[in-house]
Design a binder for this molecule. Sequence first.
Ligand SMILES: [Zn+2]
Length: 131
Amino acid sequence: MHETAIVAGLLRIVEEEASRHDVARVTRVRLQVGLLAAVEERTLTGCFAICAEGTVAEGAQLVVETVPLRCRCRACGRRMELERRVFLCPDCGAMELELFGGNELVIAALEVEPKEGGRTCPQNGPQPSDS
Ligand SMILES: [Zn+2]
């Protein structure tokens, strides 16, 4: 299944990031998905919930955001951003659009909880001033 592979790759990145930044738990993952990535949001979040069990992202919320697709009309040259899969030029009605990207799948942000006992705010003692 398409989504399983995506989630597996996603979790690998999340775990890498988490270990690099000394994170106890990931609470939310924001994912930006291109309009053409053909990802079913509900399948993705459901799959994520199952696959994240036992990982640092267990119980984390997966937020899927669709990225507008940049494109250009081949007929009139107008540039636009599509937010739905309706490939029509709003100006001239042509269906010949040149598409830029649309397959991206990017982690936009991770919300995390720092490790307990870890120093979240390093102590900055008064600097010795030599005057
Ligand atoms: Zn056009």
